[in-house]
Design a protein around this ligand. Structure first.
Ligand SMILES: NC(=O)c1ccc[n+]([C@@H]2O[C@H](COP(=O)([O-])OP(=O)(O)OC[C@H]3O[C@@H](n4cnc5c(N)ncnc54)[C@H](OP(=O)(O)O)[C@@H]3O)[C@@H](O)[C@H]2O)c1
Length: 227
């Protein structure tokens, strides 16, 4: 049986990943900040183990890594993320908020990846997938704006691409994913992609990652994106 660890699994795309992988027969380690409030996750069917994890907190990450030290993790999904203030004009930049978004979207996936690398390395599949966004593509930026979120995902792409070179010898695949504009709390009710569909598409993409394939950036329809 394959094992997956998902961050931010209590709602949105993370919850959907937990439900769909559990339905596919995976052992799911579903991590979230406050398990006591994760009622939708608790109600989900299948082999789901709920764990406490604040990705911004090194002690919290270290605690879970130590607790799971004997587990092999086939697939780590760095899903937890925040958007920060929307549509801020450059003149009104909120530097405090920018720092927090960089911390959660860029530094924390790196932190979680480094903490769980030993668990991934001893698995069969050895895949580290991170929820980026099309908005992190430099080539794809034809409209400007959204400095905070875009920069956090562009920097995320950079550090994950860097790790894909540095850790390539260990056979670990690094995958960056765009789920489509999805109707979660972050995406809002008018987003065109249902979380269930975006996640089903990403699961198909992940199932198609070949051993040794690394440093790839795909959307939920399997299209390779420009960095
Ligand atoms: N929705 C979209 O259209 C879209 C598009 C492109 C990329 N993405 C990316 O997809 C990922 C999931 O997005 P979503 O739409 O599902 O967002 P969401 O509905 O806002 O859910 C965000 C999740 O991240 C968790 N989280 C935030 N900060 C955390 C922290 N410090 N520690 C642990 N968990 C934390 C939240 O937990 P709490 O409940 O505790 O806050 C929640 O579970 C994000 O990385 C996002 O950038 C989304």
């Amino acid at each position: 049986m394959s094992t997956i660890l998902i961050t931010g699994a209590n709602r949105g795309l993370g919850l959907e990943f937990a439900k769909q992988y559990a339905a596919d027969g995976w052992r799911v380690i579903a991590a979230c900040r406050d398990p006591a409030k994760a009622s939708d996750l608790s109600a989900a069917a299948g082999d789901i183990q709920i764990e406490t994890l604040d990705v911004d907190d090194q002690a919290s990450v270290d605690r879970l890594a130590e607790k799971l030290k004997d587990d092999a993790i086939d697939l780590l999904i760095n899903n937890a993320g925040i958007y920060g203030p929307r549509h801020l004009p450059a003149e009104d930049m909120d530097y405090e908020a920018w720092g927090q978004v960089l911390r959660t979207n860029t530094m924390s996936p790196f932190r979680v990846t480094m903490a769980f690398l030993p668990h991934v390395k001893k698995s069969d599949k050895k895949v580290i997938a991170t929820l980026s966004s099309k908005l992190g593509s430099l080539k794809g930026n034809r409209g400007g704006g959204e400095y905070i979120y875009r920069s956090s995902k562009a920097a995320l792409n950079t550090v994950m691409k860097g790790l894909s070179f540095d850790i390539a010898d260990d056979g670990v695949s690094f995958v960056l994913l765009h789920p489509g504009w999805s109707s979660t709390d972050m995406g809002g009710p008018n987003a065109p992609v249902k979380p269930a569909d975006g996640v089903a598409g990403l699961i198909k993409v992940l199932a198609g990652i070949k051993s040794g394939e690394t440093c790839v950036y795909y959307d939920y329809e399997g299209n390779e994106l420009d960095w």
